[in-house]
Design a protein around this ligand. Structure first.
Ligand code: ATP
Ligand code: MG
Ligand code: MG
Length: 572
């Protein structure tokens, strides 16, 4: 494997390694800690999408490459939106991508909710240090008195409460003595700070809600800005990577950790937050809210619809974990927001599968071909390589007989200029079989072509000495009608027909591609009848296909999804 390309995050880590910043740290049991510890911190409020894959590959990839570790941490502090269903699918998706949070027999799978008690105790310490206070203004007033870029905020009348009063109120908040919204705990920083995030941000709010892990144990919940940095410090995270929109929150991240260091809770070196550009992918949307809308309005067949940019959807579409890793490697990591073209993702899966997907024949738009001089009821075996560049994968076999299925587009009664496939009087090769000469076609009463007629040249079978005795320009694929496996094939295409479906606040539903799913019955090479869920193939001339992992059932013909075509044909 080629070494990973460098990027600004790797450079930062190398710098820290050179300076020994995180050397000599020990965990609670006195064991040395790795010098690189990252984390992937999803909120379990939805399905992961391709944007999350960038963050997963970055965080777990750094841990792998620097001999450290990466934690999977659920940022589950918002009881109303979160659910164990999401926890389970996130765990599955990270595993599927090929990453592990185990190290030395320990699973570094964490939940911010496991820190609720400690977070609470730390908040009391901030109160005792005069660095937090209970504000009894309502949410609207707090928002309205924050000020703006040109105006400083207005301090709350409750900002000067005594430590004792604040402690009592905060304990009573925890004890459930107040309804939602009655009070909040705020950090006491600076109501005139140029960075609005620093104008006494809220650390805790009252929320009488059931939490999917802590049940009804709590009726106050910590905010992201308080929880995240504390969780990082509790887990000895060295490099806390998040997307650019959190850049303004970094001073608050540092403020909280410094305040707790000064209170004797944490020690240097503290974790540090670094920001990178989020992934924006053309012809896709990565907003959880909009993806939910697609599912709820049944614009797609669920979260794992093969057209969805969710990791469950991408997996069902047939993308391999390796192709997603390759994609993330290729797009790199930077500090500048940009758009990545969908063709980069499609190119990654093509490159991955071209090298290893077995080849197979499928006729997607069947038309009967009858070889009049081939004996009825007889058949013979043709052989083809499993993979043209990998002889070690061996050969595959399939029968040839008098009646075959060919692609409808491979016959033209009146051929356009430059057409080398079947037309009356022309010769083509049946791939891996014989050269045939087209003699005409059959039609129904309406003039529709029902079958093509041909004769074969017995001395021209592929792989025999006479194979090259007749030169032809066309080469078409086929399957024997009597032996073919009839199967459902779904031709998926991009979900949106425009590169920026939700640009400028536009209604992204208008940009849906009406032809993003076509279902047809195709005839497959007989060996494909036993394909198992998630087996992937290149259907010659058509592209890469996967046996659907949900609908392919034992004892029934497989159902195939088109992953991607052979060539990038978009915009051409
Ligand atoms: P929400 O809409 O709930 O804010 P989110 O996309 O931020 O959703 P999280 O569960 O908080 O979802 O994300 C987990 C991690 O994945 C975060 O560290 C976040 O920065 C990162 N992430 C989310 N979207 C992208 C993206 N498009 N590109 C790169 N990283 C992303
Ligand atoms: Mg979130
Ligand atoms: Mg988020």
């Amino acid at each position: 494997a080629t070494p990973p390309a460098s990027n600004f995050v790797r450079a930062l880590i190398e710098h820290d390694l050179a300076s020994g910043k995180h050397a000599h740290r020990k965990d609670a049991a006195g064991q040395p800690l790795p010098t690189v510890i990252t984390r992937f911190p999803p909120e379990p409020n939805g399905y992961l999408h391709i944007g999350h894959a960038k963050s997963i590959c970055l965080n777990f990839g750094l841990a792998r490459d620097f001999g450290g570790r990466c934690h999977l941490r659920f940022d589950d502090t918002n009881p109303v939106k979160e659910d164990t269903e999401y926890v389970d699918t996130i765990i599955d998706s990270v595993r599927w991508l090929g990453f592990s949070w185990e190290q030395g027999g320990t699973a570094h799978l964490h939940y911010a909710s496991d820190y609720f008690e400690r977070l609470y105790q730390f908040a009391e310490l901030l109160i005792q240090a005069g660095k937090a206070y209970v504000d009894s203004q309502d949410a609207e007033t707090i928002a309205a008195t924050r000020g703006n870029f040109s105006e400083p905020g207005t301090p709350s009348p409750w900002r000067t409460r005594s430590v004792e009063e604040n402690l009592q109120l905060f304990r009573d908040m925890r004890a459930g003595k107040y309804p939602d919204g009655a009070h909040v705990l705020r950090a006491k920083i600076d109501m005139a700070a140029p960075n609005i995030v620093m104008r006494d941000p809220i650390l805790y709010r009252i929320r009488h809600a059931h939490h999917h892990r802590t049940g009804d144990a709590w009726c106050i919940y910590p905010m992201y800005d308080f929880t995240h940095c504390v969780s990082d410090a509790l887990e000895s995270i060295t490099h806390s990577l998040c997307t650019l929109e959190f850049e303004n929150n970094r001073p608050l991240y540092d403020w909280v950790l410094h305040a707790l260091r000064d209170a004797g809770v944490f020690a240097d070196p503290l974790p540090h937050q670094y920001e990178f550009a989020r992934l924006n992918l053309t012809y896709a949307i990565t907003s959880k809210r909009k993806l939910l809308q697609l599912v709820n309005e049944k614009r797609v067949d669920g979260w794992d619809d093969p057209r969805m940019p969710t990791l469950v959807g991408i997996r069902r579409r047939g993308y391999t974990p390796e192709s997603i890793q390759l994609f993330c490697e290729r797009i790199g990591v930077s500090k500048a927001d940009s758009w990545i073209d969908m063709s980069v993702l499609e190119g990654a899966v093509r490159d991955d599968l071209d090298a290893r997907a077995p080849r197979a024949v499928a006729v997607l738009d069947p038309l009967k071909l009858i070889i009049d001089n081939y004996p009825e009821g007889q058949s013979e075996t043709c052989t083809a390589p499993v993979h043209p560049k990998k002889p070690e994968l061996g050969k595959r076999e399939f029968p040839l007989s008098r009646e075959l299925w060919i692609e409808r587009e491979d016959f033209q009664e009146e051929p356009p200029k430059g057409y080398f496939r079947l037309f009356p009087g022309n010769k083509v090769r049946l791939r891996y079989g014989y050269v045939i000469e087209c003699t005409g076609c059959d039609k129904d009463a309406d003039g529709n072509i029902t079958a093509v007629r041909a004769t074969y040249l017995p001395e021209t079978k592929s792989g025999t000495p006479g194979a090259d005795s007749v030169k032809v320009k066309g080469n078409i694929h086929w399957v024997s009608a009597a032996h073919a496996c009839a199967a459902e094939v779904r031709l998926y295409d991009r979900l949106f027909k425009e590169p920026h479906p939700d640009a400028g606040g536009r209604d992204f539903l208008q940009a849906l591609n009406p032809d993003s799913k076509r279902t047809l019955t195709a005839y497959l090479e007989p060996g494909l009848a036993t394909a198992r869920p998630e087996d992937r193939f290149q259907f010659e001339r058509h592209g890469y296909f996967v046996a659907d992992r949900v609908d392919t059932q034992p004892g029934k013909p497989p159902v195939f999804n088109r992953i991607v075509g052979l060539k990038d044909s978009w915009g051409k």
